[in-house]
Design a protein around this ligand. Structure first.
Ligand code: MG
Length: 379
């Protein structure tokens, strides 16, 4: 039996991870957490009987506690509760599939408690890669990527030994607005951006895909995960989402990982690593796919990708500021308060106004995050 906890169990990745656990049959769910979906969390508690479950929204704590009072699951709440779920005794791994910067603290606590991290929360490495990676090394724990691209890169380097990566070819679907220019994008609303061609994901990440910020966050994440400079990471728009990413080695050989676009594939790989045993998705039929195409990303139109390269180049607190400003801008866009092209504008202005701290601690990151949110809201 593998004992795991899932932070963000009612979200897109969390629910798919539970499906994977059902199929695997040898996974025991020790902890669950949700932001505010009491109804689904209650169902999950009844089905999986975890030791602890956390509801992030503290106002909903009495309601959830009351609903599951006939079970033995301990109900906790807020960020402290989330950290408690991340550190449950005798769990080997914690899947961090919460959305946003909230994932940082519980990840730090889980690493300190010696848990492997099944990483589905991008913000952790984007904002604190310089702290998290050495910490993981020191504690001798594994960080196994759940993002499809990073899982692909990770799979491509299995068996590579000391051979250096000369380039990462990071694939991107291009999102729903691929090929459009700024004039057309001006009038795009959240409902247009939420129609992703290949992947089914949560709202925040779907908007991030449409602006290419998702790819920007992934570039930064890949720098830390694979210890590669941003200059060696190139984005390839690949509309079919079949090649999940590629790695070029020093002999110019390129290794790719392919599969149908289904998040259950990287999830099952991370849960069972290094074993491959359970089939959780359909087989890839390349005759049906027929053509695989690769194009350059249009960073003049989709400025968020350039902003991400700028953030990792400047380093320190800048990626955290970019990330926080993006979260605020996406929130505003989802509420219909701003237009699509205002998203990169808010991020850029916030980054321009930030006083960079280079040698960072967790509290520097949190201060930068708080500052950027407040500043972003005024724009
Ligand atoms: Mg991805």
């Amino acid at each position: 039996m593998k004992n795991i906890s899932i932070l963000g169990s009612t979200g897109s990745i969390g629910t798919q991870a539970l499906e994977v656990a059902d199929i695997c049959g040898d996974v025991c769910i020790k902890g669950l957490s949700a932001n505010s979906n009491v109804e689904l969390l209650e169902k999950q508690i009844r089905k999986y009987r975890p030791e602890k479950a956390c509801i992030m929204n503290e106002k909903l704590y009495p309601e959830l506690k009351n609903k599951v009072s006939d079970t033995s699951t301990k109900i906790v709440s807020g960020i402290e509760g989330l950290c408690e779920v991340a550190c449950i005794n005798d769990t080997e791994s914690v899947l961090t599939s919460v959305v946003g910067n909230i994932g940082l603290l519980p990840t730090v606590e889980a690493i300190n408690a010696g848990k492997n991290i099944l990483l589905a929360n991008k913000e952790t490495l984007v904002t604190a890669g310089s702290i998290i990676m050495p910490m993981a090394k020191e504690k001798n724990i594994k960080i196994l990527p759940v993002d499809s691209e990073h899982s692909a890169i990770f799979q491509c380097i299995q068996g590579a030994g000391d051979n250096k990566i000369s380039k990462i070819l990071l694939t991107a679907s291009g999102g729903p607005f691929f090929g459009m220019k700024k004039e057309e994008l001006k009038t795009k609303r959240a409902s247009d951006a939420l129609k992703h061609p290949n992947w089914t994901m949560g709202a925040k990440i779907t908007i991030d895909s449409s602006t290419l910020m998702n790819k920007g966050l992934e570039v930064i994440e890949a720098c830390w995960l694979f210890d590669v400079s941003y200059e060696k990471i190139e984005v390839y728009v690949h509309r079919q989402s079949i090649v999940h990413s590629m790695v070029e080695f020093e002999d110019n050989s390129v290794i790719a990982q392919l599969g149908i676009p289904d998040m259950k594939l990287p999830i099952v790989y991370a849960i069972n690593y290094p074993k491959r045993k359970t089939q959780v998705s359909e087989k890839l039929n390349l005759f049906e796919v027929g053509t695989l195409t690769f194009e350059k990303a249009d960073t003049e139109t989709f400025e968020c990708l350039s902003l991400a390269y700028r953030a990792i180049r400047e380093g320190g607190t800048m990626p955290a500021v970019m990330n926080a400003a993006n979260e605020i801008a996406v929130e505003k866009f989802l509420l219909g308060e701003i237009g699509f092209l205002d998203i990169p504008e808010i991020i850029k202005q916030t980054m321009n106004a930030h006083t960079l701290v280079s040698d960072i601690s967790i509290s520097d990151i949190q201060n930068a995050d708080t500052w950027a949110r407040e500043y972003g809201k005024t724009l």
